[in-house]
Design a protein around this ligand. Sequence first.
Ligand SMILES: Nc1ncnc2c1ncn2[C@@H]1O[C@H](COP(=O)(O)OP(=O)(O)OP(=O)(O)O)[C@@H](O)[C@H]1O
Ligand SMILES: [Mg+2]
Length: 296
Amino acid sequence: MRIIKRSSVDQGRSKTLPHDEQVPHARSPRVITVTSGKGGVGKTNLTVNLAIALALEGRRVIIFDADLGLANVEVLLGLVPALSLFDHLYKGVPIEDTLCDGPAGIKIIPGGSGFLELANLNSKQRSRLLAGIVTLNRLADFVLIDTGAGISKDVLAFCAAADEVFVVVTPEPTSLTDAYGLIKVLDKFKLHRDVHFAVNQSRGDSETKDTVTRLKALADKYLSIGLNYLGDVQYDPAVVRAVKNQRPFLVSSPDSPAATSLKKITYAILNKDQATENSGEWGLQGFINKLGRLFK
Ligand SMILES: Nc1ncnc2c1ncn2[C@@H]1O[C@H](COP(=O)(O)OP(=O)(O)OP(=O)(O)O)[C@@H](O)[C@H]1O
Ligand SMILES: [Mg+2]
């Protein structure tokens, strides 16, 4: 049974929309899907803390919990959302009403539970999802999509639909194999020219280096997709404590090694923003176009 409690950080269901409170950034939101192939590698932890780090850098961030049915984002944040994506899709609740306030001003669209797979939504529900996502356009600089484990059609749809894919890998051979398998599928469909990746839970620099070298060697040898290494977050008890206490490590242990490493990854992503050229279907409109094509 899942135990949910409220933390003391800024939270609660959103009552006012934040878009006119902050200086908007020039580009439409960057939609980044965080995925891994293998489960339990740290996707949700990295997503949540990356969102907070981006918010602390002045960006408006929405986390879209696409781990449909399991919805772990709210648990890591100690939130008890009143509404979720489920209410939007099945009961017609406007998507902005499902936004939940998290730490540092981030917003969350809770995944809810009891879902059908995205691929099995009927056309009315799918149109509702797409229309709802358009509504988010003006509210965010970044939309981070936290996916579930595996290489299901839903996970691939969220990868395909995002501007950028961020693969989390650990030094375990099973994680490397699954991350490679996922990247191989992305390469096959040629929806991205490159993917970001980060190493999580390594035990020291040499283990990180070894993991990076192995994944890059495999991709160089067999794939045409580029790999953009963002950095590592080594194994840190602060992360385990944060999960237990339902307070993200960036908030509960801001000076921990994990928090310091996560900030470096955040800067790598922000720097990439400046270096990236618009190559077509960017932002939420690109997301909508691609999702529409995938499920038509
Ligand atoms: N850098 C780290 N240091 C220590 N422990 C970590 C670290 N990253 C993740 N963990 C541990 O791994 C667990 C799983 O993390 P998380 O829920 O973020 O993985 P996930 O990839 O989202 O899992 P799922 O595939 O089930 O969605 C955490 O509860 C935590 O105990
Ligand atoms: Mg998760």
